[in-house]
Design a protein around this ligand. Structure first.
Ligand SMILES: NC(=O)c1ccc[n+]([C@@H]2O[C@H](COP(=O)([O-])OP(=O)(O)OC[C@H]3O[C@@H](n4cnc5c(N)ncnc54)[C@H](OP(=O)(O)O)[C@@H]3O)[C@@H](O)[C@H]2O)c1
Length: 281
């Protein structure tokens, strides 16, 4: 297991966490797969993956219910629950109500990380950040995070906080989606903000067709599978945690093998080019 410090806190999390978007199945909500989803979340925690990422928006709240059911009998500190508030709910009062609904669905009395899912230009960010601080004061939220924020939005949000830091920014990152490398990644490193990288497997698309053969070839050099190469590529930075979603225990076992080893620097360097060339074939 490989760990990352969360922001400037004394919390260290595994460099891989479990995502829960569509965890109940592709044709969401597909309640017939609830038991499977609950099982895989429990299994992830047993295997030491502390960070479970969800959102009030996922499955219209149902994913939070699944997470709540999965962790119900676990000691609360065994799991690090990260959820998100949807952009419609960013008014001061709405943030409190949204969190209370999330807490009910999750059946916990606090979340570890509360993230603004996307910025909303129609709601003053000051209101939202003040609400986030108050939620920490009330003990309902341990840490404040954001998601899909650019540098300007991060700076603005940081400026409205007087007591606590933003510990994380959850953003899209994989070898074919590298936008964050220009500004967001260096800014977050400089300011002690952890990047939580979503969609490290390109929603599964990077494990298919021509991409797969590129990853397999590279994987042979290290005795690793395509999914492990992708996770490893994303977490090569010391301030990045990857969150991947899976409904399968064998896939989860495989993803765990993406941690704890390194490729040669030139292989990290050349992978995006090899994959984008494959996409043009
Ligand atoms: N903040 C945001 O705006 C935002 C946006 C998107 C996603 N997210 C978060 O990030 C998480 C991850 O992103 P994502 O779910 O979009 O995509 P992802 O994790 O890149 O890919 C998930 C897909 O990969 C498959 N997969 C996983 N492990 C595999 C393996 N070892 N071999 C083969 N296939 C494998 C899964 O299928 P199986 O279930 O069959 O394994 C699933 O179809 C989400 O669940 C969510 O929590 C956040």
């Amino acid at each position: 297991m490989e760990f990352r410090r969360l922001g400037k806190t004394d919390v260290y999390l595994p460099a891989l966490g479990l995502g829960t978007w569509e965890i109940g199945g592709r044709d969401y909500p597909d309640y017939s797969r609830d038991e499977e989803a609950i099982e895989v979340i429990r299994y992830a925690v047993r295997r030491g993956l502390k960070l479970i990422d969800t959102a009030e928006m996922y499955g219209a709240g149902h994913c939070e219910e699944l997470v709540g059911e999965a962790v119900r009998e676990l000691p609360r500190e065994k799991v690090f629950i990260a959820t998100k508030v949807w952009p419609y709910n960013l008014r001061f009062k709405d943030v409190f109500e949204a969190l209370d609904r999330s807490l009910d669905r999750l059946r916990v009395n606090y979340v570890d990380l509360y993230q603004i899912h996307f910025p909303n230009p129609f709601i003053p960010l000051r209101e939202t950040m003040k609400a986030m601080e108050k939620l920490v004061d009330e003990g309902k939220v341990r840490f404040i995070g954001v998601s899909n924020f650019n540098v300007k939005e991060l700076e603005e949000a940081m400026g409205y906080l007087s007591k606590y830091d933003i510990v994380s920014n959850q953003v899209l990152y994989n070898p074919l989606d590298r936008l964050i490398e220009e500004e967001i990644l260096p800014f977050c490193r400089k300011n002690g903000i952890t990047i939580i990288a979503y969609r490290p497997l390109g929603k599964g698309a990077l494990l298919k067709s021509s991409y797969k053969s590129v990853l397999e070839e590279l994987g042979r050099r290290y005795g690793r599978t395509p999914a492990q190469i992708l996770i490893n590529w994303v977490i090569r930075h010391d301030n990045v945690i990857a969150i991947a979603k899976t409904m399968r225990k064998d896939h989860l076992d495989e993803l765990l093998g993406g941690m704890g080893w390194r490729m040669d620097p030139e292989d990290y360097e050349k992978l995006p080019e090899l994959l984008s060339r494959a996409s043009r074939l």
